[in-house]
Write a protein that binds this ligand. Sequence first.
Ligand code: B12
Ligand code: SF4
Length: 441
Amino acid sequence: MHVHLIDVAPKPSFKQSFQTLSLPRVAGATPEHVSIAITDGRVERIPNRVKADLIGMTFTCNNAPHAYALAARYRRQGIKVVAGGTHTTAMPQEALKHFDAVLTGEAEGGAWEHLLSDFERGQLAGRYQNQTPPSIAALKRPRLDLLKHWHRYLDFHPIEATRGCTHNCSFCFNSSIHGEAFRVRPVEEVVEDVKRARCRRLMFMDDNLCGKPGYAKRLFEALIPLKKKLFFQSHVLMAADKELLDLAARAGTQFVFVGIESFETDSLKAVNKSFNRVKDYKRYIQAFHDHGIFVSGGLILGLDHDTTETFGRTLEMMQTIGLDNAAVNLLIPYPGTPDFKRVQSQGRLITDDYTRYTGFDPVVRPANMSVTELMEGYHQVLDGFYQPGRYLRSMKRHQMMRSWYLYPMAWWREPRRRKLLSRRGHALNRRGGDPMSWQGM
Ligand code: B12
Ligand code: SF4
């Protein structure tokens, strides 16, 4: 039997994508008698015709419409098509309308093997899922060898040490799927993976690598002798733990992405993120900088307690606390999250076109301002913060001037991409009349 796995994206790009572990992990969990291939639509064209007994797809929310169209095409060719991954896990009933079967949650732990054996017997059932999240000790090695065009990715090696998160932020897909189930891989297994990495830069795919400080400390300690460069996501609270920060720096941490989200205390409270305290941000960012770590912050505009005054305050605070870079997004209520259910029940969704669920395009009518005011404020923050001079100064401070791979991520690609995409989305809204009139859900 031959299975072809596809990571769905509308068009390929060069040196813009990280290698992800999603499909290499699914391939790793596949029994040996099944032959397997991967097409990663982020770096290669997805073929119109595929020679396979079974096709498996993964996709995020914004790529779901494209995945549904592809599935219809392959099914017309008589091939069975199944889906898994983030959006499928959040919206299994919706996905089942387009696929022969869906797998929700993780492939390891028996669910994927079960699906494959049912398929071989010609008895594919609708939905497959493990009873409980599987242990992530002794995972089979991810089949990174199946990602054929490795030179088209950013030069990072993908690593995974934990799954889930210790928090429950209401806008986050993770909290609604894993709850607070936070699992860790044995440190020695992660170290083995790191020893096999084909480059010095490691990109951790974890949502919150420092969710359990004791584990993170043991991991960093074990990584020190390997002399790698670490890039990862963490809650900002890690900066309050000096020992953790020391070990992270000694292990080679160059870059962290932390969820700042907002400078409005009420907005933080409303999204269940009161553990972020605005008064501590500056101290935290300084602590990262004292350890030579470059900090990128995630920010969300358009939260329910945001007003038109939020934008000026946000810009000022981003500069005051000394963020090196930022990913500034509009609120996206991902299907499956508490936020989605809430704004949907309040009739505040502007559109159900998932391709617009990118963070650059307004999809929720804000509580305390118009959509136009939100977009003007969003561009005020983007224009005010994204200045090449600031970014270069940060790079210089952290002795990262030679880290050329970070440039497109920040001062060229991010501001322009976000501005262009959000302006285009907003223009589409206007062409359709008053954006409010889109709300018919
Ligand atoms: C690395 C990462 C990125 C990287 C690279 C992503 C990429 N595709 O190129 C970057 C930084 C570029 C990125 C960008 C974005 N990301 Co991102 N990202 C991640 C992250 C942290 C890790 C992905 C990963 O490798 N996971 C590890 C693998 C092993 O887990 P997995 O994918 O869940 O796969 C398992 C199962 O789901 C299942 N499975 C998965 N696929 C399939 C398929 C089949 C057939 C089967 C049987 C099983 C199966 O088996 C796997 C093994 O158990 C995830 C969070 C996370 N922890 O997953 C977010 C996440 C996927 N990203 C998310 C988002 C929102 C984005 C952005 C839209 C953010 C933004 N506003 O810019 C963008 C756009 C992404 C895009 N599609 O275009 C959301 C998606 C929410 C949703 N419902 O769609 C996530 C879940 C984060 C979150 N907690 O909310 N991202
Ligand atoms: S801390 Fe980050 S990963 Fe964890 S639930 Fe909140 S937003 Fe999601």
